[in-house]
Design a binder for this molecule. Structure first.
Ligand code: NAP
Ligand code: GDD
Length: 348
């Protein structure tokens, strides 16, 4: 049984990747951060009692800012594949917390690479590593972006990810590690964090539809993104680590849409006119913006045989259907007299 370690298993991608690897027959270990409340919502449906015979999912407390803890987990788990998905992944938040973002997203992968190098050197067991790189690294470089496009990060988040990318390349060349960079364009889902723009829109529009919310405040509607579905993108991560040689791959649909167009699709699906409900709040503008992302995933298509299966309209359909169901549940609870807390996030 192949044993994989996933950092960021409680995140959107981590939860889909854990599902995918369990379905492939893997033993999956995930790193979780200690929190004062449970933060495992996205993987609760996968939970297994670790004492049960035949359990294949195990969780460990660790943090990418704590190198010794990472080393302990690697030593005890002895995985053959490590997927580094953990990150402070919100671009706008990285302007508010630049040092922390650089620590987790830039130095975190370095801590992991060092730990892998040590454990692999001592045990002789090869550990393959996937690093969650991003189209944000291209930033200001115009589309279409491919593996040969120059990096031009436009945020502390993007800059930290560029550092991680180069470290992976360097550890590959210097120490022969089987470490690969996925350069993934935006991917969304029903499990997307609610402060990323697509989910913010589908959550708000469905609540507006049911009379639970009046207005949706957004920032820059002109930005263009290449949006795919996370389920498709975790398949690509796995494929990268099955190759004989490590490498760097762009993963994208090759189609881009503006934020405005995403808004229009979502509101149209619900029979609503966006002009009546959408307002601009400049607090959501970023100090520097990434204007246009559209990826060229030719290398991944040819070398990995990877293809996206979910297009923009199916993505919108799935997210709207899911969030409409959530809004209906909220309405039922409110009608029954339950107090349903309002959630929000500062400037994101
Ligand atoms: P996400 O939903 O924000 O999940 C991030 C994960 O990282 C969560 O499990 C989070 O734990 C964990 N984490 C954050 N800080 C940590 C720390 N200091 N130590 C350990 N774990 C920490 O992100 P995602 O959308 O799944 O993205 C996964 C990865 O792909 C990230 O590295 C992201 O930067 C990158 N990426 C994402 C996209 C995209 O469009 N989704 C595109 C390109 C690249 P908690 O649950 O406790 O917060
Ligand atoms: N979050 C957010 N909130 N974004 C908004 C809003 C808003 O109210 N209004 C407009 N936007 C615009 C942002 O300015 C940006 O141009 C675009 O919507 C997408 O923003 P996000 O959904 O926050 O994603 P992102 O593109 O900045 O970053 C995501 O994709 C990257 C890959 O390109 C994240 O998942 C990153 O972790 C990932 O690396």
């Amino acid at each position: 049984m192949t044993r994989a370690l996933i950092t960021g298993i409680t995140g959107q991608d981590g939860s889909y990747l854990a599902e995918h690897l369990l379905a492939e027959g893997y033993e999956v270990h995930g790193l979780i951060r200690r929190a004062s409340t449970f933060n495992t919502d996205r993987i609760d449906h996968l939970y297994q009692d670790p004492h049960a015979p035949g359990a294949t999912l195990f969780l460990h407390h660790a943090d990418l800012t704590d190198g010794s803890g990472l080393r302990h987990v690697l030593e005890s788990v002895q995985p053959t594949e490590v997927y580094n998905l953990a990150a402070q992944s919100h671009v706008a938040v990285s302007f508010k917390q630049p040092e922390y973002s650089a620590d987790v997203d830039g130095l975190g992968p370095l801590r992991l690479l060092e730990a892998i190098r040590d454990v692999q050197g001592r045990t002789g067991q090869v550990i393959r590593m996937y690093q969650a790189g991003t189209s944000e690294m291209f930033g200001g470089s115009p589309p279409p972006q491919s593996e040969g496009t120059a990096f031009y990060p436009r945020s502390p988040y993007g800059a930290a990810k560029v550092m991680a990318h180069h470290l992976v390349v360097n550890y590959r060349e210097a120490y022969g590690l089987h470490a690969s960079n996925g350069i993934l364009f935006n991917h969304e889902s029903e499990r997307r964090g609610e402060t990323f723009v697509t989910r913010k829109i589908t959550r708000a529009a469905t609540r507006i539809k049911l009379g639970l919310q009046d207005v949706l405040y957004l920032g820059n509607l002109d930005a263009e993104r290449d949006w795919g579905h996370a389920e498709d993108y975790v398949r690509a991560m796995h494929l990268m680590l099955q190759q004989d040689e490590p490498g760097d791959y762009v993963i994208a649909t090759g189609e881009s849409h503006t934020v405005r167009s995403f808004v229009n699709k979502v509101f149209a699906a619900l029979g609503l006119e966006p002009e009546r409900y959408v307002r601009i709040d400049p607090n959501y503008y970023r100090p520097t913006e990434v204007d246009a992302l559209r990826g060229d995933a030719s290398r991944a298509r040819a070398a990995l045989g990877w293809e996206p299966r979910v297009g923009i309209d199916e993505l919108v359909r799935r997210m709207v259907a899911h969030d409409l169901e959530l809004a209906k549940q909220e309405l039922t609870l409110r009608k029954a007299g339950h107090v349903v807390a309002q959630r929000g996030a500062a400037g994101a």
